[in-house]
Design a protein around this ligand. Sequence first.
Ligand code: SF4
Ligand code: SF4
Length: 75
Amino acid sequence: MSENTLPRVEIDPDQCKGCELCIVECPKKVLELTDKINHLGYTYATYKGEGCTGCGICFYACPEPGAITVYKKQK
Ligand code: SF4
Ligand code: SF4
């Protein structure tokens, strides 16, 4: 199985305001804040790189449309 077939999330750094709702809500605790600053001046959330189930909870928790994209497992 290639890495691309695993569920994962992508967070657009420049759409994120660092509210941490996705980090709190993720049942797998696979999101974290970076120590970098985006163009809005916020530290932003990022995917740790493994463990996402593609459940979509972070997507629904995020108040910023377009910040989080969830990729579910490919068949
Ligand atoms: S899709 Fe689910 S498991 Fe994956 S990062 Fe979002 S809340 Fe966590
Ligand atoms: S919920 Fe959205 S805006 Fe808040 S930290 Fe997560 S990605 Fe950023």
